[in-house]
Design a binder for this molecule. Sequence first.
Ligand code: NAP
Length: 267
Amino acid sequence: MNPLAPAALVTGSSRGIGRGIAVALAAAGHDLLIHYSSRREGAEETAAACDAAARKAGRPVQTRICQADLALAADRHRLVDATREAFGRLDLLVNNAGVAPSVRADLLDASEESFDRLMGINLKGPFFLTQEVARWMVEQAATLPAGSPRPKIISVSSVSAYAPSVNRAEYCLSKAGISMLTALFAARLAEHGISVFEIRPGIIATDMTTPVRERYDRLLRDGFTPINRWGTPEDVARAVVAIAGGAFPFSTGEVFNVDGGFHLRRL
Ligand code: NAP
């Protein structure tokens, strides 16, 4: 282990936005705990991409892979234990993993089963993972020399945290919860120098948006967002790397919109 390298845990880094974040952090010199739920080969591809990016940047990093269903307490503990064992420290947690409803159902037909599934993975998982990691970060922060970089927590929510989609209410509710999670931990951890941020992506080209690609293509053709293109995992990763690098020392609880300007109200 390189004792000088900061260590990051990125949930859901077997593909999509999480992979983009992991690779960009590796290029910026972070050791990486790559997490997946069901696609080990995806996590292995991310690890290879991290190694290549770090070598290209001229500073090799360590990568480890760990499986966990974030809805399950035992799996979350295993993930934190794996990080501790691999690196002995954690400088950055990125709560990125998340799922869309298997079926888009109208609000009046939304099922309790889908609600429980999304809340478990998208909100309960990140909440209790953050709680466990925060306890560890508080211990770490107490041992750090004054003026040295402090651990950080970033959660990936969505424009769905505030923009209602009446055919995926449970997704919107879970993402609105991530906004409050950010505010809560930001308020609680500031006294330890640990800052907490939310990143709100807009429409990003990943497996999650593949089923609705044609609809979003149509919307974008009609000028849906001021910056009129699909977002990429790399767009989100740039925000993460800026935060991780300490670009915002007097900010916490901040929301970063990475949405092509979707949030702007236009007349
Ligand atoms: P994605 O490509 O579908 O990837 C989802 C990730 O979550 C995968 O790594 C997956 O692991 C993991 N995952 C699935 N079920 C899990 C579980 N039970 N426990 C733990 N991890 C699980 O999605 P994405 O588009 O990159 O989205 C990443 C995050 O950004 C999500 O929180 C999503 O809500 C948010 N977001 C996405 C968009 C967008 O347009 N794509 C927009 C706004 C916000 P496996 O690969 O092992 O299945």
